[in-house]
Design a protein around this ligand. Sequence first.
Ligand SMILES: CC(C)(COP(=O)(O)OP(=O)(O)OC[C@H]1O[C@@H](n2cnc3c(N)ncnc32)[C@H](O)[C@@H]1OP(=O)(O)O)[C@@H](O)C(=O)NCCC(=O)NCCS
Length: 157
Amino acid sequence: MDARNVTVVKLTSPEQLKDAYEVRVDVFVHEQGVPVEIEVDEHDATADHWIAYYEEPGASRVAVGTVRLVKYDATLSALKLARFCVKKAYRSLGIGRLLLETIDQYARDNDIERIYMHAQQDKVGFYEKNGYQVYDADLFFEGGIPHVKMDKQFSKA
Ligand SMILES: CC(C)(COP(=O)(O)OP(=O)(O)OC[C@H]1O[C@@H](n2cnc3c(N)ncnc32)[C@H](O)[C@@H]1OP(=O)(O)O)[C@@H](O)C(=O)NCCC(=O)NCCS
């Protein structure tokens, strides 16, 4: 497999949202054991979503990764990153980094000052490699998984 066969697109159709759900259920529900009833929520309808598609020459494309950004506070120039995942068979190819670079660019293009998240504790090293830092190290549980709070600041152009 080769990350050059990956395209990241911003979701524009209900079919693409189904693709994102398929990836999320595969990773969070089946792999990590998160209850399906908390995996899909009301914020999906208003969030911006991105999907990574993998396509080999001559084959149909398959959704392999996704991430969403939600604006919880209209008065702040901040977005919450969530539902970020890459299917197991496609990891360590740079697809996660590509998704984060895509939303970095989106943040810069839209004068977003900060992206924050509830990060799974064992992913802190991965996010630090991608420019995020822990701003609250107090552990808390979501879906039975320990999390800490991380963010990334973007300076205004
Ligand atoms: C986290 C996740 C999205 C990363 O996706 P990915 O496509 O494998 O990421 P990339 O290929 O861009 O990056 C892999 C790099 O990060 C490193 N890495 C991966 N997990 C890491 C971790 N927990 N701590 C430190 N480094 C880590 C890899 O060693 C690799 O490093 P290298 O480029 O120096 O070889 C993926 O592991 C995943 O979907 N996990 C399950 C869902 C999940 O936990 N999502 C995050 C919820 S907060």
